[in-house]
Ligand binder design. Sequence first.
Ligand SMILES: Cc1cc2nc3c(=O)[nH]c(=O)nc-3n(C[C@H](O)[C@H](O)[C@H](O)COP(=O)(O)OP(=O)(O)OC[C@H]3O[C@@H](n4cnc5c(N)ncnc54)[C@H](O)[C@@H]3O)c2cc1C
Length: 401
Amino acid sequence: MGLDRIVIVGASLAGLRAAEELRRLGHTGSLTIVGDEPHRPYDRPPLSKQVLTGAKPPESTALQTATGSIDDLDLDWRLGTTATGLELDERTVLLAGGERLPYDGLVLATGATPRRLPGTDHIDGVHTLRTLDDSLAIGAALHATPRRVAVVGAGFIGAEVAASCRGLGIEVSLIEALPVPLERGLGPTMGGVIADLHRDHGVDVRLGVGVVLIEGADRVERVRLTDGVVLDVDLVVVGIGVGPNTGWLEGSGLTIDNGVLCDATCLAAPGVVAAGDVARWPNRRFGEVMRVEHWDNAISMGTHAARTLLSGGDAEAYEPVPWFWSDQYDRKIQLAGRAGPEDDVEVVAGRVEDRKFVALYGRAGTVVGVLGMNQPAQVMRWRSLVEDRVGWDDALAVTRG
Ligand SMILES: Cc1cc2nc3c(=O)[nH]c(=O)nc-3n(C[C@H](O)[C@H](O)[C@H](O)COP(=O)(O)OP(=O)(O)OC[C@H]3O[C@@H](n4cnc5c(N)ncnc54)[C@H](O)[C@@H]3O)c2cc1C
């Protein structure tokens, strides 16, 4: 079947990069992009960093194409429009308000939404951070100079928000239920390094404790913790992870299991591909079914999914080495590959004490990840060890040689 009409649901990074690749590959038919936010696609990483502190204006986050203007893609924009359902047999996307949008090919790129703390929706001053509007709201509250901010959850978003607060000279408590920050992403050893980084910048780091209650009359006043401590705060930012935006696809016939489940080529059903934070697929390089919430993956998976859609059934497997960075204070943290709590960890260049080092992660005798702090060139250099599935002992010999 020819693909005259392609619909992309999710007007952000993965969706835009899919659109770009579809046009680059010669798709001349219609290309409709549906997004529930009012904005054209923008970049999210600055939202917890420069936009939050006011160092960059919100307009600077607008995404363009690699080759020029977004307008060159000749997209039919459907912004401020929520997709509410999918009829696979009819090849039709349902939109809020009852409109039906028929397609020949469909890209699902609806990303993810932050989890909220139960019972806090009605309390003013309790925020999550995903969108430009979230970032502007938190930024405005920070510039109103709060007494103390509580950041609940020391994953990447929470850690970056804490660092941004300190950059503005604001007192901040970073509250994490696990024993160290970023434990799921970096493991216990390197999570401990991140904890010290924040302590040294004056963050009140509270580990192994949860939030019992957020209290306040009109707006937030206190956070009560599981160890009995009560913190007086006037702003709370909750960063306890995200869930993929798949609610609208329930009952569609697609397999939904912590994301839209795809095959190794990003195909979710005939004529339907998925990409970015919403998609889960078997990455054969790691022998793992994964869903990756990184900027780089949204780009490469969006591009790959577009190729799969136009491949006529002859698509290649998507087997990337996931990669992300995080900026906290003057440190750039980068990880290529995977890092789990049980992995072996070995520092192979620089010194942890200097907060300038490279570490390898090993699992079952193979290198699975390379972490760098303020060592971007080295991370890119040793990333090939992960790509090539080099044995752990051989890798240590190479890096020491
Ligand atoms: C604050 C912040 C900082 C980050 N910093 C980094 C970083 O430093 N390094 C890094 O590697 N990654 C970072 N990331 C992660 C990165 O930005 C994401 O992985 C990336 O945005 C994912 O792109 P996406 O297109 O898959 O999803 P999203 O960007 O989430 O876009 C999905 C879009 O679909 C829309 N949508 C959802 N449901 C519907 C529906 N039913 N109908 C219509 N539209 C819908 C959403 O509103 C959204 O606009 C950060 C993310 C955030 C939030």
